[in-house]
Design a protein around this ligand. Structure first.
Ligand code: ADP
Ligand code: MG
Length: 627
């Protein structure tokens, strides 16, 4: 038969593919093995309806063999085969099933990128081979045919001999070049690894002749002999297609380790089998420990994506929302095409639906963990709680409703992590707000003067020790209509009439004193006031407005920090002895009052964990009152 040209579109792609530096050349094997498996499937489905055909399982397999000397790699199958017309039709047009995507000229120019993600099917063989030969005998056909091509310049089809039905794909592997090695595709071990990686769950056996050494029989001095043995490389039935009831926790743990999802024990597995308009299987894991790179830029979220048992992507990021980026695992769907690019996946409706479905399954799982296995949930929360908090905060809080019930904070009363629901359910009727206090550690927060009044009223206080806490809560605004309130905020909403009047009259009575102090500290504080919240402590800082002192600290510590400032209020406990001294000094010794005011302000800064403006001046001032 005369030489034929590829269809023009095919030709261009072929040239591009062969000439581009392709980082994942190894996927050619995945493609050829998948085609072989498809061909066996076709016999299988035919046998279901055709009584004259029986599907004898043992007769159907794929065999990969190597002839190193001649640089030949052969992939044979006992599948349905191709007639002459089919060879012409199926192998004459490139990437038939995925050809749509090649329409875009711009994309074509950027071939490097798209090919990397494409199952380009049969033609990917040309990435590693100079010559590709296909010998095929179709089911119900007496003749066999040979299709052969050296790449872009076309192909020819001739008749040939083949005993059994099926197809052999023979690749003449390229010679090594200066910067590319192709020898690896003739190495038993390497081929085996590639098959394991991509094609482990192909339903039919993939066989290879594996060579090894064994002790020679009858030999006394441990002499070894070479031997070759045909082995099945793939495990065939993937765990996610098995019945959940037949699987043990250990099976899942083994899978987790085999897949190297993590080095820890998974805290929980989620096995999903959805069948209906949306069809997919998934096995997901919630790890126990934070991966060492979790909070770095290197960490990549994503799930493995399989199309009908064949791996098409290592880390499909679109399957997980950022706030669940700790989840590991895989998704397999029959409805996804092998020939799909990353760009196309993003718009894939099916994938979007799966992602949505997965999201709600993860959430439900976490919620039931919280309900039924509290200890495990707390463990999870220690590892990944921050991620949930970021989830509440990010995207302008668009996911906060979804996530708010997964939040936990340490409680002053319970001395352990509690949920917001638990907090609110315990609130006495007269309590208006959900109170919280921010600080470095539980121990430090416990001692904060600002907590005194709230604690005295017997109200529970949530301790915020992570940077993100207050930001997340500000985004949340309220929980079940209860607003959040910092113990340092201007209005605590709990002073009784009496206290209210007291401080008010105090403020009036000593207006000049407070004004004087405020002037001394002008630029540093917005106001100096008698405190309503202090009981035994002399002094503290409070804040007015949206930005709290804790938030100011966090924002200031960021690399591109802006000059943000909380509106600070210096609060003086007018029931404390120190107030007598202040009044005294105001009457008789203004210089002393200057000194006291500055000292008190600096003390308040220290309590907050804020830096002193001038530590040397502070220590000198301290000494002044000692001598
Ligand atoms: P796709 O698999 O997406 O259809 P390919 O480029 O991988 O695209 O293959 C093109 C076509 O060639 C297949 O659809 C199939 O009809 C045919 N084909 C390829 N390999 C084989 C094989 N081993 N046995 C039978 N048919 C095959
Ligand atoms: Mg294919």
């Amino acid at each position: 038969m005369a030489k034929k040209q590829f269809k023009s579109e095919s030709k261009r792609l072929l040239e591009m593919m062969i000439n581009s530096i392709y980082t994942q050349k190894e996927i050619f094997l995945r493609e050829l093995v998948s085609n072989a498996s498809d061909a066996i499937d076709k016999i299988y489905y035919r046998a279901l309806t055709d009584d004259s055909l029986s599907f004898d399982k043992d007769r159907y397999y794929i065999k990969v063999s190597v002839d190193k000397q001649n640089r030949l790699l052969k992939i044979s199958d006992t599948g349905i085969g191709m007639t002459k017309e089919e060879l012409d039709k199926n192998l004459g047009v490139i990437a038939k099933s995925g050809s749509l995507a090649f329409k875009n000229e711009n994309e074509l120019k950027d071939g490097h990128n798209i090919i990397g993600q494409f199952g380009v099917g049969f033609y990917s063989a040309f990435m590693v081979a100079d010559v590709v030969t296909v010998i095929s005998k179709a089911l119900d056909s007496e003749e066999a045919f040979k299709w052969e091509s050296k790449g872009a310049d076309g192909y020819r089809i001739d008749s040939c001999e083949k005993d059994s039905v099926g197809t052999d794909i023979i690749l003449k592997i390229k010679e090594n070049t200066e910067d590319e090695s192709y020898d690896e595709f003739l190495e038993e071990y390497r081929l085996r690894t590639i098959i394991k990686k991509y094609s482990d769950f192909i339903r039919y056996p993939i066989k290879m002749d594996i060579s090894g050494k064994r002790p020679k029989e009858g030999s006394e001095d441990n002499e070894l002999e070479d031997y070759v043995e045909e082995q099945t490389i793939n495990s065939m039935v993937p765990i996610w297609r098995k019945n959940k009831k037949e699987l043990t926790a250990e099976d899942y743990e083994n899978f987790y380790r085999e897949k190297r999802y993590g080095f820890d024990q998974p805290l929980k597995h989620i096995h999903i089998s959805v069948d209906g308009t949306l069809r997919y299987n998934a096995i997901l894991f919630i790890p126990e420990n934070t991966p060492f790179d979790f909070y770095t830029k290197e960490y990549e979220k994503g799930l493995e994506l399989y199309s009908n048992g064949v791996l098409i992507m290592d880390k499909c990021a679109d399957l997980l929302p950022d706030y669940f980026s700790f989840v590991k695992g895989m998704v397999d769907s029959e409805d996804l095409s092998l020939n799909i690019s990353r760009e196309m996946l993003q718009h894939d409706r099916q994938l979007k639906l799966i992602a949505k479905n997965i999201k709600s399954k993860i959430k439900n799982q976490l919620q039931s963990l919280l309900k039924d296995e509290r200890e495990k949930y707390e463990k999870f929360y220690q590892s990944f709680g921050n991620q949930i908090k970021y989830g509440v905060y990010n995207n302008y809080g668009s996911n906060k409703e979804e996530l708010k019930d997964l939040l936990m904070f340490y409680s002053s009363k319970e001395k352990k992590l509690v949920t917001l629901e638990e907090y609110v359910s315990r609130m006495p009727e007269e309590q208006k707000y959900i109170y919280y206090a921010s600080g470095e550690s539980h121990e430090r927060i416990e001692k904060l003067p600002q907590t005194e009044l709230v604690a005295e009223k017997g109200f529970e206080i949530l301790y915020f020790t992570d940077d993100i806490d207050e930001f997340a809560i500000k985004m949340l605004m309220n929980y079940n209509e209860k607003e959040f309130r910092s113990v340092s905020s201007g209005d605590l909403g709990l002073e009784g009439e009496e206290e209210q009047n007291n401080t008010e009259s105090e403020e009036k009575e000593h207006k000049e004193l407070f004004e004087y102090m405020k002037n001394i500290l002008s630029g540093s504080v917005k106001d100096v006031r008698p405190s309503k919240r202090l009981k035994t402590h002399p002094v503290c800082l409070a804040s007015d407005g949206e930005l709290s002192i804790e938030m100011e600290k966090i924002l200031k510590s960021m690399p591109d920090s802006q000059n943000v400032k909380a509106d600070k209020i210096l609060e003086i406990n007018t029931n404390h002895e120190i107030f007598e001294s202040l009044k005294e000094a105001f009457e008789n010794d203004k210089e002393k009052l200057d000194l006291y005011t500055k000292l008190m302000y600096n003390q308040a800064l220290l309590i907050e964990g804020l830096p002193l403006q001038d530590p040397v001046e502070f220590t000198n001032d301290m000494c002044k009152i000692m001598v």
